[in-house]
Design a protein around this ligand. Structure first.
Ligand SMILES: [Mn+2]
Length: 473
């Protein structure tokens, strides 16, 4: 019997360096070629972005055993090669044909921006660029985060060194967050090309504009997937905004961030995200789909966990809980118990009043019922009381949960139809009551204000006045 001789062929490949890692001895390069990423080890130092020709034997896992040092290409030759590699990348990053979960006219309009987000993310992932994601710390944001992490995880070179995610407990992308992201990336151990920051279920609002500018200046590509009303400066600053706001629908916010994140994930790779999309819709009380008991349970459990896992949060953890029926059930029961206790307390501190214009307002003294940092949040507590009162009241209703530090608002459909828009009122009051509010915003039907010390009464009175002034025809 003779031995089988395996001949490993020497090859030459050209490509663009997308990562350069310094090793104890030499360097590790990640090189984007027309066929995809190739990794190799060298003695000499090279820079990310340079065009090189590699020679050696290529293993199935994409590692090239170099037979000689890479040759750096320059001038016209380099430019031609760069073009070729980029064209091949764009072909590979083409998004998939998909059918949206909510297949209506509005979704069709939204899909253009979703498509763009998916393409940019897929491209960055295939190129081995660092992608840093922040997701809002509630059921919608978490579900969105899980879907995107899964989708990108399937196509990145090395998930651990390509993709990171953090929970954002604020609905605003603040300067401190941007600075953290910038400094965090500068601590990355490899040299790279343009990094991507991906913000899910927050950061479209006007208050995030400064931080967005900051991170953009630091060289990041900024992709936002959010259903909160966007500010003009935000729109102009970000590279991609996947959002429901350029459509003709009456109620864009119903198309939740998690719904859009799911469609983005489907465009990136073959993936089943229906359950998570439904959790997102249930979490943000979207009326697009009647929520199943399961979706409600899951979203309540995620909201509960998000409140308490600020410091140890990770998407892996949330995913594990969602997959663990027993654990999920006990968390849900605990959440339900706390909601019921809080609702009972809030009910005791609620005053309902009918205004001359036909609006009903319910004032909930929240400091007595809900605590900061506890579940449910003051916003959710207000929503809960609102839901109860809504069943007993006919016509437009606005529920206002107030305390010394915050005011939360919830409005029913009739209030919106009569012209109530919490967000618009907040923006007006920001102009008129300078210095009264630290921050404020959200949706037309669900919004919150953070007050500066001592301004609680003035803002509350002004708010009620603004509702009194709405004319119903
Ligand atoms: Mn949301």
């Amino acid at each position: 019997m003779g031995t089988i001789e395996i001949k490993i062929k020497e090859t030459r490949i050209k490509g663009k360096i997308t990562r350069a890692t310094e090793l104890r001895e030499g360097y590790k390069l990640l090189v984007l070629t027309e066929k995809g990423l190739v990794e190799t080890v060298t003695q000499e130092k090279f820079e990310a972005g340079e065009i090189v020709e590699l020679s050696g034997t290529l293993q199935l896992d994409g590692f090239m055993r170099a037979s000689e040092e890479p040759k750096k290409l320059e001038g016209k030759e380099a430019e031609e090669e760069r073009k070729k590699v980029e064209e091949a990348l764009e072909q590979k990053a083409k998004t998939l044909e998909t059918k949206p979960l909510i297949n209506d006219g509005t979704m069709n309009e939204i899909m253009e921006s979703v498509e763009k987000a998916a393409f940019e993310l897929k491209k960055a992932a295939l190129e081995g660029k660092p992608i840093l994601m922040r997701y809002h710390g509630d059921a919608d944001g978490i579900a969105g985060g899980i879907m995107l992490r899964k989708a990108l995880g399937k196509i990145v070179w090395d998930a651990r060194n390509s993709f990171w995610s953090f929970q954002n407990d604020s609905a605003v992308y603040k300067n401190k967050h941007a600075l953290k992201d910038i400094s965090w990336l500068s601590g990355l151990y490899y040299e790279h090309e343009q990094p991507v920051v991906l913000l899910v279920d927050f950061a479209a609002n006007p208050e995030s504009a400064d931080a967005l500018k900051l991170i953009k200046k630091a060289g990041f590509k900024v992709i936002v997937i959010d259903h909160h009303p966007p500010g003009e400066q935000t729109r102009q600053t970000v590279d991609v905004l996947a959002a429901p706001w350029n459509t003709k629908t009456q109620n864009p916010a119903q198309y939740t961030a998690g719904l859009l994140a799911g469609e983005t994930a489907k465009k990136i790779t073959e993936i089943n995200v229906e359950q998570l999309q439904k959790i997102s819709l249930a979490g943000d009380k979207s009326k697009l789909v009647e929520p199943s008991e399961e979706a409600k349970k899951n979203s309540t459990a995620l909201d509960f966990l998000a409140t308490y896992s600020k410091f140890s949060n990770s998407l892996e953890f949330y995913e594990k809980i969602l997959a663990d029926e027993k654990m999920l059930e006990s968390i849900y029961q605990q959440a339900k118990h706390q909601i019921e206790t809080m609702t009972a307390a809030a009910r005791e501190h609620t005053k309902t009043r009918k205004l001359e214009n036909g609006f009903t307002i319910a004032l909930v003294k929240l400091d007595a019922a809900a605590k900061k940092g506890e579940f449910p949040s003051k916003g959710k507590a207000t929503g809960r009381v609102h839901d109860e009162i809504e069943m007993q009241v006919k016509g437009p209703l606005v529920t206002i949960g107030y305390g010394s530090k915050a005011i939360n608002m919830r409005a029913n459909k009739q209030a919106l139809e009569a012209g109530f828009d919490a967000n618009k009122i907040i923006q007006q009051m920001k102009e008129e009551l300078k210095g009264a509010m630290e921050a404020g915003g959200g949706h037309a039907a669900a919004s919150g204000i953070r007050l500066n010390a001592g301004y609680g009464k003035i803002v509350l009175e002004e708010l009620v006045k603004k509702i009194e002034q709405i004319k119903i025809d």
